[in-house]
Design a binder for this molecule. Structure first.
Ligand SMILES: *Cc1c(COP(=O)(O)O)cnc(C)c1O
Length: 379
């Protein structure tokens, strides 16, 4: 089965009760038993729920995995992965990763005795310098936020396999439409399903997908033992979102390209960070491991003026100034005053988050309207 068909039919079948084509929202905590242990596969909804199971099957299918697990948020999914580890274990992580992941690693798991090395993975061989007998996990996020750097997943996998270390990929930005980390050899794929998988800015959810049964068992044990599951209503919404993932992503990519090209030609724009440009330093890897370049991009303006950048994002009429990404509507953000405001100026500027940087999540509206909005906002 090919990808577009999988989003709609992959590991899916009509509901066994009445043949409902979409699974009902099984808003129930428990399931009647005829005799102790005599149930129809479901006992208690933390352990499993039919609506969540339908979603977890779909997640496994679109990522070319065997087992899917859905959580209450993207961070809850990452939390479950980290609970595979024990005090004394070490993790090598992408350095310019999602701020919430960084906070979880440093403010929670470092306190539990896990050591993190934050490494610029632009040159994957750098990873190897940090591997020792205590290394248990390599955490890769690509493309990165907000600079849209691309990490060579295959090269990182080769290092992980050589040293028998697990490798996980945060695939939130790319989605399986553009990039399938399990196919590239990763052990775990993670999603903030809040973003493109849900796709409509109405659900907070996380997901994990794996191929290996023993690893799936461990993660399922954690999911049930720690209990950070999603509810059935949210599972229904994300399952519905997945069914249009491919057509949404197609349009996100088309609009992302058009916006990137418009901005690159604009006299007030200094730089545009979008992996589809041949001038992007990681373009060759992006081209190899991704089937498109997505709808996320960042840009800076000439003069690098903080106040002017704030004015620009305030002037947007169609792009909504907001956190988050991956929904059908276009969003804009100013990392220096929003997501990265807590990072000292000198530190954030080292990674490219300068005062005038604006990040766009390009939605699926008519491109003419989006360009018109950018034109008036840039003045
Ligand atoms: C949003 C996001 C997360 C966290 O997911 P939540 O659903 O907000 O908990 C993790 N990684 C990336 C890349 C994200 O964009």
């Amino acid at each position: 089965m090919k990808f577009n068909t999988k989003t709609i039919h992959g590991k899916q079948s009509p509901d066994p009760a009445y043949g409902a084509v979409m699974p009902p929202i099984y808003q129930t905590t428990t399931y009647a038993q005829s005799t102790p242990g005599g149930h129809k596969g479901f006992e208690y909804s933390r352990s499993s729920n039919p609506t969540r199971q339908a979603l977890e099957n779909a997640l496994a299918s679109i990522e070319n995995g065997e087992f899917g697990l859905a959580f209450g948020s993207g961070l809850a999914a990452i939390d479950a992965v980290m609970k595979l580890l024990k005090p004394g274990d070490e993790v090598i992580s992408t350095s310019d990763l999602y701020g919430g992941s960084y906070r979880l690693f440093t403010s929670i798991f470092e306190g539990f005795g896990i050591k993190f090395h934050f490494v610029n993975m632009g040159e994957p061989s750098t990873i190897e310098q940090y591997i020792n007998a205590k290394t248990k996990l390599i955490w890769v996020e690509t493309p990165t936020n907000p600079m849209l750097n691309i990490i060579d997943v295959k090269a990182a996998v080769a290092i992980a396999k050589k040293h028998k270390v697990l490798l996980a990929v945060d695939n939130t930005f790319a989605t399986p439409y553009l990039q399938q980390p399990l196919e590239l050899g990763a052990d775990i794929v993670m999603h903030s399903a809040t973003k493109y998988l849900g796709g409509h800015s109405d659900v907070v959810m996380g997901a994990l997908v794996v191929k290996d049964q023993a690893l799936a068992k461990q993660l399922y044990f954690i999911q049930n033992a720690c209990g950070a599951i999603c509810g059935p209503q949210d599972a229904f919404l994300v399952l519905r979102g997945i069914k249009t993932l491919h057509i949404r992503m197609q349009r996100h990519c088309e609009n992302g390209k058009a916006v990137a090209e418009y901005l690159a030609a604009h006299p007030k724009v200094e730089s545009v960070y979008w992996p589809g440009f041949e001038t992007h330093p990681n373009h060759p890897i992006a081209k190899e491991q991704m089937t498109g370049f997505g709808g996320m991009l960042s840009f800076t303006t000439k003069g690098n003026n903080y106040k002017e950048a704030i004015k620009t994002v305030e002037r947007f009429k169609l792009f909504t100034l907001a956190e988050s990404l991956g929904g059908v509507e276009s969003l804009a953000g100013h990392p220096a005053s929003m997501t990265h405001a807590s990072i000292p100026k000198a530190d954030r500027e080292k990674t490219g988050v300068v005062d005038s940087l604006i990040r766009l999540s390009v939605g699926i509206e008519d491109i003419e309207d989006l360009i018109k909005d950018l034109k008036q906002a840039l003045g």
